[in-house]
Design a binder for this molecule. Structure first.
Ligand code: FES
Length: 143
């Protein structure tokens, strides 16, 4: 198996909040865009305007990201302890949505991703397996 490229994570920050975006995990649900279009605009570069809303508004919008591609952390605030059990849910005609802390490994045991959420392909069409890349929207998947 070929070595994986290092994970690309872009950060957008203020003195209150940091938004991380990991493009290879994003399957373009557009939940963030619908929740807070003045901050998240895929037609703009950079597509995240971190100054366009309060930290609370941004945190609430990012919480709607189903894939874990968008994440937030508060500056100077420790990460909250996990209280929810791991949850795996099949989305309607889309990926398996994992919440509650996940570590995704490749066949050799290398960590591909570790975080709070992940969207895993169950249609078989993703070019970024095991992650969903949104191909299920166009390949006729009915799961
Ligand atoms: S489930 Fe989204 S690409 Fe397969």
């Amino acid at each position: 198996m070929a070595a994986r490229e290092p994970r690309e994570v872009r950060e957008y920050s203020t003195d209150e909040i940091v938004v991380e975006w990991e493009p290879t995990l994003c399957y373009h649900s557009h939940n963030c865009v619908r929740a807070l279009p003045r901050v998240f605009d895929p037609e703009r570069r950079p597509w995240v305007d971190i100054e366009a809303a309060s930290a609370d508004e941004i945190e609430a919008a990012v919480a709607r990201c189903p894939s874990g591609a968008l994440r937030t952390r508060r500056v100077g605030v420790p990460e909250p302890k996990r209280e929810q059990p791991l949850e795996v849910r099949a989305s309607a005609q889309g990926p398996l949505l994992v919440r509650g802390g996940v570590r995704v490994l490749d066949a050799e045991g290398n960590v591909l991703y570790e975080g709070e959420k992940a969207a895993l392909c169950r249609c078989g069409g993703s070019q970024n397996k095991p992650f969903c890349d949104g191909t299920h929207k166009t390949n006729g998947f009915e799961g």
